[in-house]
Design a protein around this ligand. Structure first.
Ligand code: CUK
Ligand code: CUA
Ligand code: CA
Length: 644
């Protein structure tokens, strides 16, 4: 193992005394066993930056990667924000931030977690307060039609509280959040690309969700001292209704997910096939697995009524564990052995392969989907026979992207590189052709890349133009801002044989995954329809309505004023304020802030939002507009008079 790693290192321009060499040494220690923590700590060590092989410069692409002032980007990137809990929208290749979409976090700019409408989506406790105010978004994926984006929805996971959120692409706002029962650490997510049975349905109808952490089933206090009894469930959520359709119990855990273009298969990487409850336990096996699910068979099993339920959940659960799935011809699951503690799994745009990245193994494992289907038909001897290549890439492979021209791009966390390799050559090498060299190019990135993703790379329209590297450490790349540096996102032009670094931009911690979508695939709505809001306030309904101590204030905004200059209520009232923005001009948004009452939200043109709050202190409070809307924006205010 060591000598092989040494030879990989020698192919890049780094001396053993350099920072990269040092990282490599740290990685050796980690590969030896439970010393992985040492290896990761090593990355944080300061040192001279490695010599960049991908020098900043003119890109080969027609636009040169430069977007002049006033010019529009050619791509959108939708990226996760990790424990920031939101989804971000960037323009690429410039890296400009276009929007932040609050999802699981609260956001006082738009009033997410403040308005009644957003609270209903986020979920509340009996007293009306938010159930959770934290989130951890890792994976954002778009809905598909005919193998490419249909601009309807984005789906994103919440790892902390195991929720799936949906974002409407037309307005780029979250419209649904579903809590997944009996799982913890919901991490990998992928929408299906077409129906596994009905050939007429060639778009996304399901979203699959993987659970990373084992828990007692149900998690009600039982089996606390016996983790061997804990389990993980793979979950299918209906894309349209966002209801949980079914779950499948598996052996081991799940991390990243991928789905096939024919709709038949979904798969998840498993770093903890051991079912270990500590570091050593999770690293004891020489190989782990990528578990495949036969979706049609699972759904037929449920239709036939052979399922169980867990605890108070009514969701049907089938058994996908090995013991119950020994006969390939009826099996729901197929466990394909892959390199030790794998991380990402990604589908090649030609529909043929899933590529698992090794993480603790310096390899990627290429699995041919046709062979997995053969195994399910009883025509392949062992699941491992579906592996058609296992190229050595470097240290700490995490995620793989594709250019649609047969090349794969894998991020190497420990080597701080992106490695470009030819999938067909890797297969030839695996078949015994010693003359071929699958690795085409290596680009240094700065530093420790996590996800990398390519333009349209998760669709059959992969265009091989840009690759965004989400780097976990920026170190010396930007002005320091105290103990925590920003993360670095780097855009590589991948249109030529060599990768070219086009630009750096910062990201607020911590982005994980993203997708890059050609701008013509994204159709946004610039002004909403007032009739889409059932609680819209009109001239007829505007005013104050009191029922006991419940007061409903129906207010309208039109630059530069609110419809009522004075609103009188009493101490102890529960006030619901509904605000409709009558302005019709694109981007003419008003804000509504109420001092000392923790109310702050915006209302876009023709939209309606509502808030509910208690008045507990007599006095005068200026309701004011927060969003600069007019020359008289500062004068746009009304008096809320709370009488003792
Ligand atoms: S995980 Cu973050 S770098 Cu959640 Cu996709 Cu690999
Ligand atoms: Cu309305 Cu500012
Ligand atoms: Ca393992």
């Amino acid at each position: 193992m060591d000598s092989k790693n040494e030879s990989i290192d020698s192919t890049v321009e780094t001396a053993t005394t350099s920072r990269r060499g040092f990282l490599g040494k740290g990685a050796m220690v980690s590969l030896a066993g439970a010393g992985v923590v040492l290896g990761l700590a090593g990355c944080k060590e300061d040192g001279p930056a490695g010599k960049a092989t991908a020098a900043p410069g003119k890109a080969g692409a027609a636009d040169g990667g430069h977007v002049a002032p006033g010019q529009l980007d050619t791509y959108y990137a939708f990226i996760s924000a990790g424990h920031g809990g939101e989804v971000r929208v960037l323009g690429l290749p410039s890296g400009r931030t276009l929007k932040r979409i609050p999802v699981f976090n609260t956001d006082c700019m738009v009033g997410w977690g403040v308005t009644n409408e957003s609270k209903a989506i986020m979920g509340t406790k009996a007293d009306g307060s938010l159930r959770y105010t934290t989130g951890d978004t890792h994976h954002v994926h778009g809905s598909y039609n005919d193998g490419t984006y249909d601009s309807r929805w984005l789906f994103v996971n919440d790892k902390i509280h195991s929720r799936l959120a949906r974002i409407r692409m037309d307005i780029m706002e979250c419209d649904k959040i579903t809590a997944i029962p009996n799982v913890m650490g919901f991490h990998g997510i992928f929408p299906d690309k077409r129906d596994p049975v009905d050939a007429a349905i060639n778009h996304t109808t399901r979203v699959f969700c993987g659970a990373e952490f084992h828990i007692p089933l149900p998690n009600d206090g039982r089996d606390l001292d016996d983790p061997s009894k804990w389990g993980c469930l793979f979950t299918c959520v209906d894309a349209a209704t966002m209801e949980v359709r079914w779950q499948c119990r598996i052996d081991g855990n799940m991390e990243l997910l991928a789905t096939s273009y024919d709709g038949k298969l979904a798969a998840a990487t498993q770093y903890n096939t051991e079912g270990g409850a500590d570091l050593a336990g999770m690293m004891s096996a020489e190989r782990d697995a990528c578990v495949f699910f036969d979706i049609a068979r699972i759904e037929a099993r449920i239709k036939a009524g052979s399922f169980t339920t867990i605890g108070g959940s009514k969701v049907p659960v089938v058994d996908g564990r090995k013991l119950a799935n020994a006969d390939p011809k009826t099996a729901l699951t197929c466990y394909v052995p892959v390199g030790k503690n794998p991380h990402g799994v990604n589908a090649s745009p030609d529909g043929k392969y899933f590529v698992c990245a090794g993480k603790l193994s310096p390899t990627a494992t290429v699995i041919e989907l046709a062979k997995v289907l053969q195994w399910f038909n009883g025509e392949l001897k062992a699941p491992r026979d579906s592996v058609v290549a296992e190229p050595e890439l470097g240290l700490g492979p995490l995620h793989t992207a594709f250019d649609g021209k047969g090349n794969a791009y894998t991020s190497l966390f420990l080597d701080s590189q992106v490695v470009k390799w030819d999938v067909a050559l890797a297969i030839a090498q695996f078949n015994g052709d010693k003359s071929v060299k699958p690795i085409i190019d290596r680009a240094d990135v700065h530093y420790q890349p996590g996800h990398g993703y390519a333009s349209m790379g998760e669709t059959k329209d992969a265009d091989g133009k840009y690759f965004n590297s989400g780097n976990k450490f920026s170190k010396d790349r930007f002005l320091p801002v105290g103990p925590l540096h920003p993360e670095a996102e780097q855009i590589l032009d991948i249109s030529g044989a060599k990768m070219v670094l086009v630009s750096d931009h910062t990201a607020y911690p911590e982005p994980h995954d993203g997708i890059i979508v050609k701008r013509e695939f994204v159709k946004t709505k610039q002004v909403s329809l007032m009739t889409d809001f059932p609680n819209a306030v009109t001239a007829e309904t505007a005013g104050i309505e009191r029922k006991g101590n419940k007061v409903h204030v129906r207010l309208m905004s039109q630059a530069p004023s609110f419809s009522m200059p004075v609103i009188k209520v009493k101490v102890g009232d529960e006030v619901t304020l509904t605000l409709t923005n009558l302005d019709k001009v694109e981007d003419l948004t008003h804000g509504c802030a109420i001092p000392n009452h923790n109310i702050n939200f915006i209302v876009n043109p023709q939209e309606t939002k509502s808030v509910t709050f208690k008045t507990d202190q007599a006095g005068a409070y200026w309701i004011y507009c927060t969003h600069f809307c007019h020359a008289l924006h500062l004068e746009m205010r009304s008096r809320l008079l709370v009488e003792a």
